[in-house]
Write a protein that binds this ligand. Structure first.
Ligand code: X8Z
Ligand code: ZN
Length: 675
């Protein structure tokens, strides 16, 4: 399948090609509705897979086009079409899975065996066999995505009525340090999820039905089955990786708490030593980079204010345009100019990111990327602003129609998100020559890790070379600053990357019921991240639904795995580039040897087990957080010194336990600081 990142993202909503299935009885109804070809008599397994690949090629463009439309032009019509095309595709998928059963135990090439398996494994939205239920499921999926995209927090009455969407509420968390303004923005955004609670409850019933139809215990098990290892082992694997990095996170948490207490005396923590959710500079507390002003270790040791620099660039461009157009124009015209300047600026940020990839010897993006991408939030309609990258499954002028969808603003987070999205896009380009069934990441964590590997190479020296920061010092203090900058994006993310699916696995397996959706959510947030809401969040709320990937049904373990893998990839590419010093000083910008090695991995797609792909790049077959620890060793030492004498750790309330996540689900305990 054209595994657009959409399949990994928006189309994760839709259909995942790596689908699941076994133990199913006949269901002739499914193939009929999709209009797929019936299996010709005497077809061999190899011929079957060749046919499925062709049918995927045929079906993907209409599916991706309908999903793109509904994500970039939210209304009832686009939602209806997205749901229908999704339904057709999933019905066809059910039919392929059914047809594949007759080849069980037969002779076939290893590629065909793998492709048949991929058909059966890892559905993000396992389709129920019952046609009414399938239609209901895809309708709900489109509706929830639309509700999230349209979400707005409105206050005031009459003339004073004001509605703010996610982007504006995030601006408050990024820039305001007013306790109450942040609390209002945070609470306001979370109101948008309340109406989705009922839909999500039903959605869970339907995907579980689909998963059981395919022979899984529940949808969570279906999700855990896409990793070339028994699904039962995945939870333990993620626990193992988490335990490697947990001490580092605990040190960062401890330091952050001290600083927040100083910044908001008496209100910088919540009972038990937890960090207040609304004060972390991010709606979900998954990236603390916006707290740079509060957490910067050495304010006089060199400037790393990337958001400030990007905003300044944008303002300069805007002023230039305004002057050119004459300042005495009316406010409508000024708004037009500002919008054009935003698009221009976002394009420049994308060109900068593209330059990194081409410096490695990768091709320039296809011309259609620049015309088809949504760079900024349109002014005339609702869109799903959550960033994504798409492979539309067609060619334009002989090149794949790949694009991104963002509502870019000039800030550091969006700048690095562009590099992230281009990672998906370059993966699409690299594996484009493979059969559609192999056009996806070695596993989904690989897909998420490509752009982020590049982000690790955005060292202060690189940022200086592109004019975003000034002259950099070579001191211990500037090293700690630059390590902190990276840690606020990467280390803070790790427990968040884990807890979302701990929650969903529990929801899917029934250990978390609709009556405990919210309390379980906050128990897991407390346990893993050590964060808590400042005010009571009872079951009248549905706080999980305020995070895109829940209503968007995008599995999240991929991001946790990516945050481990990207350091492994980075280390391997640094080695390939001939880097010899400390890992954190490496940038492989401009290095063709690293680029070749990277491309060789991308080009493989999902054509072999990920362990093999990992081995070809890194020499090892295991995911391993040792490079994370190696990278952050200087910071960990520094944090431990800073935290000396402090009581670190936090006390979390008891957690709703998911059987799928056995060892990690112990309540966090008070951990005295080391040293
Ligand atoms: O969703 C994304 C990307 C698209 S795959 C923007 N990310 C996760 C998130 O925003 O929650 C990237 C990091 C984690
Ligand atoms: Zn991504």
């Amino acid at each position: 399948m054209k595994k657009s990142h959409t399949t990994l993202l928006a189309l994760a909503v839709a259909a995942s090609l790596t689908l699941a299935g076994c133990n199913r009885s006949e269901s002739p109804d499914t193939s009929a509705s999709a209009g797929g070809t019936a299996a010709p008599a005497g077809e061999t397994a190899d011929q079957f897979i060749a046919r499925v690949n062709e049918e995927v090629r045929t079906l993907m463009p209409e599916l991706t086009a309908s999903q793109w439309l509904s994500a970039t032009y939210i209304n009832d019509d686009s939602q209806l079409l997205a749901a229908k095309y999704n339904e057709r595709y999933l019905a066809q998928l059910n039919s392929w899975i059914e047809q594949a059963r007759k080849f069980e135990g037969q002779q076939m090439s290893p590629e065909t065996a793998r492709a048949i398996n991929l058909l059966k494994l890892g559905a993000s939205m396992p389709p129920p066999r019952n046609p009414e239920h399938l239609a209901e499921l895809t309708t709900l999926a489109s509706k929830m995505e639309g509700t999230y995209g349209k979400g707005a927090y409105c206050t005031g009455e009459g003339e004073a009525r004001q509605c703010r969407q996610l982007g504006q509420l995030e601006d408050v968390l990024r820039s305001s340090r007013d306790y109450d303004a942040q609390l209002d923005a945070w609470q306001g955004w979370h109101t948008i999820a309340q109406p989705m609670r009922g839909d999500y409850t039903r959605f869970v019933e339907l995907v579980n039905e689909g998963a059981r139809d395919l022979g899984f215990a529940d949808a969570g098990e279906a999700w855990r089955s896409g990793y070339d290892m028994p699904p039962a082992e995945l939870a333990a694997e993620t626990d193992r990786l988490w335990n490697q990095v947990k001490p580092l996170y605990e040190q960062l948490h401890c330091y952050t708490r001290t600083r927040l207490e100083a910044r908001y005396p008496g209100r910088g923590t919540v009972d038990g030593g937890l960090l207040p959710a609304h004060l972390m500079g991010n709606m979900w507390q998954q990236d603390w980079g916006n707290l740079w002003d509060v957490l910067q270790p050495y304010p006089n040791a060199g400037d790393l204010d990337i958001t400030g620099a990007l905003e300044k660039n944008y303002q300069a461009q805007l002023n230039e345009r305004m002057v050119k157009e004459n300042a005495l124009i009316d406010s409508d015209r000024r708004a037009d100019i500002a919008h054009a300047a935003q698009i221009d600026n976002a394009k420049r940020m994308n060109e900068r990111a593209q330059d990194f990839y081409t410096s490695l010897g990768m091709p320039a993006l296809p011309a259609s990327f620049w015309t088809n991408t949504q760079f900024v939030k349109p002014r005339d309609r609702d869109v799903v602003c959550h960033a994504s990258a798409w492979d539309m499954g067609i060619q334009i002028d002989g090149q794949p129609d790949v694009r991104a969808k963002m509502c870019t603003k000039p800030n550091e987070e969006d700048f690095t998100t562009i590099y992230h999205e281009l990672g998906h896009v370059y993966y699409y380009l690299a594996y484009n020559g493979r059969p559609p069934l192999f056009q996806s990441g070695a596993h989904d964590g690989f897909h998420e890790a490509i752009g982020d590997t590049i982000v690790l190479s955005m060292t202060p020296q690189y940022l200086q070379s592109i004019g975003l920061v000034g002259e950099q010092q070579q001191t211990q203090e500037s090293l700690v600053n630059s390590q902190m900058r990276m840690a606020l994006a990467k280390v803070s993310f790790l427990p968040f990357g884990l807890m979302i699916d701990r929650w969903r696995w529990g929801v899917f397996d029934g250990s978390i019921t609709p009556e405990t959706y919210n309390s379980a959510w906050w128990s897991l947030k407390a346990q893993y991240q050590g964060v808590a809401p400042a005010t009571a969040r009872g079951e009248e709320f549905f706080d999980a639904g305020a995070k895109y990937h829940v209503p968007g049904n995008t599995p999240y373990t991929r991001y946790f795995l990516s945050h481990v893998l990207q350091f492994q990839f980075y280390k391997a590419l640094c080695d390939a580039s001939g880097h010899t010093g400390p890992l954190n000083e490496c940038s492989f910008y401009g290095n063709k040897a690293a680029g070749e090695k990277f491309w060789a991995m991308l080009e493989k797609g999902n054509s072999q087990p990920w362990q093999q792909t990992l081995k070809e790049l890194t020499g090892g077959e295991q995911m391993d957080a040792a490079p994370v620890l190696e990278y952050f060793a200087p910071l960990q030492t520094w944090l431990t010194q800073q935290n000396e004498g402090k009581t670190c750790g936090w006390t979390a309330p008891a957690t709703a336990q998911s059987p799928a996540s056995a060892p990690a689900a112990q309540p966090a305990t008070e951990t005295p600081a080391q040293g």
